[in-house]
Design a protein around this ligand. Structure first.
Ligand code: PRX
Length: 655
């Protein structure tokens, strides 16, 4: 564990700031009886079975749970459909004409509202179009769009017909899109002619055209006309069709939701790991739905008259679980925002909250730190009194940001839920229950009922309260990923082999004397840049694919707003002289290969990289240089002179 982080946590524990839930909040909370924790842990399967009653099933399960790590089945034998639960079942209730999605577009304050009935009609039309164009149960469908309602509609249509989707974040490059499509062998791509981001059009269709030059499995592409005149978009003869034409063609066709096995694949979502290649986590139907339905309802204390806004992007797991599946299965009204928080002005978020009288806001620490840096005068111009609960996710939140969020956004009254989870876990696992748990700024507090987390040392032994170590999970939960698509060995190696019988999260954490969890960050080669997971190896592979680069080593450095930023150290092939222009080119090269989120903040050209005698790059020494720390053990270094050289170059570059 890094000394600086350790010191920060010690200081926090010393302060011991606590915020108890207000009595009025607890009195109305969805969960107000603390015995839920004990009840759930006394029999986790009975607990999840009870939670599963909130879902509609076509056929009940034979067994709540079966299997052994790393292979699990939840609700085996049962049949259900996620789309049916998120849409159809609300139509026979008063929710039929309730707003399901309030969409706020980025430009000119464009806005659309879809009721549950609207959503039903659109999803059916989309499902009919997909079937007509050849998609069958089990086929994979890639979705590459910005934050527009058509993305949620496509996901639900896929779920309706049993075609697993893979959503590719709209900020990813053609290369990243191609790799993901090919890894899962998607048959169809649904994209758009663009997405608005800070007033600019992200060229999604052009990117898709580029990617599809190397995607033999894609037969058809549906294109949403969103940004430009349709006549200006180049459509590829037999391959490309317009979304609006196909939807018209579908008329009012109703597609019966498939009665799917609880373990039928729902989606594949790619995330970065410790190798150069992102892995496709597979989530399935029944257990996932139970997990996200339950956590949405109790962590966000969601009520029917709430307006709920999760400000994440659907390209990441947060959007899957807490914009689409969790809220819609609860029949909630959710806000979906297309664009950037500072477009056309820095008050945009607060304007959206005021205009829609948002009650629950869920966002990332990076966004909060950016709001802090812009100043409280922006939120102060708006009425934020409708807010009654706020959440954070994706990275550790520093207590200063937590306190600022509480004071200037939450008016010193709304509880804050700091939710820890991962793409792999599908649902929030460590989080306060807002009516029950006293919060401490910077701590994700306790495991959700029924979740047994622990902190262990190198040998897998529990570290007593007050100590830190590796964060593990000791019992299964229904929304957990089932495998890595096409690579079950990696599923085992990555998560289940380090500590036998336990799921290893890749995170380190500390538990204080009261048992509160404080997540410290990744212990593997995964970076968390502005809440986005990026593998160091991915960035290194992108760098060495440039003809001028011989070798590259990538590390994470502290960043005041993004939490972490990427620093790259590269050596050039002999004969090439580096200069500022080349540095810029290399940073741009990474942005083009992966996406702008992976562009290194800093890039240094060095003559050599520090290596062990067996040739392994010693990244921790580079980290020491970048963080200005005393060198950790350098005895295994092949050539100690290299470090001095790099240090000099680093200092010369003005850091
Ligand atoms: O390091 C943890 C961090 O984000 C990682 C998971 O990233 P991803 O799969 O992209 O999912 C992000 C959204 C769920 C974790 O291993 N992380 C996530 N939430 C928190 C967090 N770190 C600290 N506190 C959190 N609340």
């Amino acid at each position: 564990m890094e000394e600086t982080k350790k010191g920060r946590i010690e200081a926090l524990l010393h302060e011991d700031r606590r915020f108890a839930p207000a009595e009025s909040f607890t009195a109305n909370a969805n969960w107000k009886d603390p015995s839920i924790y004990e009840k759930a842990s006394s029999d986790i399967f009975a607990f999840w079975e009870e939670m599963a009653q909130q879902i509609d099933w076509f056929k009940p399960w034979d067994k709540v749970f079966e299997g052994e790590s790393p292979n699990f089945k939840w609700f085996s034998g049962a049949k259900t459909n996620v789309c049916y639960n998120c849409v159809d079942r609300h139509l026979t209730t008063w929710r039929k004409n309730k707003a399901a999605i309030i969409w706020e577009g980025e430009p000119r304050h464009s806005r659309r509202v879809l009721t549950y009935q609207d959503l039903y009609r659109e999803v059916n039309r989309c499902a009919a179009a997909m079937k007509r164009l050849g998609v069958q149960k089990g086929d994979r469908v890639a979705l590459y769009m910005g934050m527009i309602p058509e993305l949620a509609i496509s996901m639900l249509a896929c779920a309706r017909i049993g075609a697993p989707h893979t959503v590719v974040f709209g900020g990813f490059s053609p290369d990243a899109l191609r790799d993901r499509i090919n890894d899962c062998g998607a048959k169809m791509l649904i994209t758009a002619d663009g997405a608005w981001r800070r007033g600019n059009r992200v060229p999604l269709k052009e990117n898709a055209d580029e990617a599809l030059k190397g995607c033999p499995t894609i037969d058809k592409v549906i294109v949403v006309n969103h940004c430009v005149d349709a006549r200006d978009v180049e459509m590829e003869g037999y391959r490309d069709v317009w979304w609006h034409r196909e939807m018209d063609r579908s008329g009012n066709t109703v597609v019966k939701p498939e009665e799917l096995d609880a373990e039928h694949p729902l989606y594949i979502l790619y995330t970065s790991g410790t190798t150069g290649k992102p892995k496709g986590l597979l989530h399935t139907t029944g257990g996932y739905l139970v997990g996200v339905h339950t956590t949405t309802k109790y962590v966000f204390d969601l009520k029917d008259n709430d307006t709920y806004w999760c400000a994440a992007d659907i390209g990441w797991v947060t959007g899957h679980s807490y914009i689409v599946y969790g809220p819609l299965s609860n029949g909630a009204t959710g806000v979906m925002y297309e664009g950037a928080p500072n477009h056309p002005h820095r008050g945009r978020f607060w304007q959206i909250i005021e205009r829609n009288q948002v009650n629950i806001l869920y966002t990332a620490p990076t966004a909060i730190r950016a709001f802090m840096a812009w100043g409280k005068e922006f939120p102060e111009q708006y009425d934020l009194s409708s807010l009654r609960l706020m959440g954070t996710v994706g990275e550790p939140i520093n207590p200063e940001a937590w306190m600022w969020y509480r004071e200037f956004i939450g008016g010193n009254k709304t509880p804050i839920v700091d939710t820890w989870w991962q793409t792999e876990t599908g649902m929030t696992l460590i989080t306060p229950l807002p009516g029950l748990v006293e919060t401490k700024p910077g701590s994700a507090t306790f495991p959700f009922p029924g979740i047994e987390a622990d902190i262990v040392d190198e040998s897998g032994e529990t570290v007593p309260f007050g100590g830190g170590g590796y964060l593990v999970l000791k019992n299964p939960w229904p929304a957990m990923a089932r495998t890595i698509w096409g690579d079950p060995e990696r599923w085992y190696d990555q998560y289940w082999s380090r500590f036998p019988g336990m799921y290893f999260t890749g995170d380190s954490a500390k538990r204080d004397e009261d048992g509160y969890y404080w997540i410290l960050g990744r212990v593997d080669d995964v970076l968390n840049v502005a809440g986005h997971r990026i593998g160091t190896m991915e960035v290194e592979s992108a760098l060495v694919s440039h003809p001028a680069v011989a070798e590259a080593a990538v590390i994470g450095i502290s960043h005041a707003i993004k939490g972490q930023a990427i620093a790259a150290f590269t050596t050039l092939v002999s004969g090439i002289e580096g200069d500022k222009k080349l540095i810029e080119q290399l940073r741009q090269h990474v942005a083009e290969k992966i996406g702008p989120i992976a562009r290194p903040e800093k890039l240094f050209l060095t003559h050599e990289l520090p290596k062990t005698r067996s040739g392994k790059i010693m990244r921790r020494l580079l980290r020491d240089i970048a963080e200005g720390q005393i060198m950790s053990d350098t005895t295994t270094l092949a050539d100690p002179g290299v470090l001095e050289q790099i240090k000099e170059q680093y200092e010369e570059s003005g850091n």
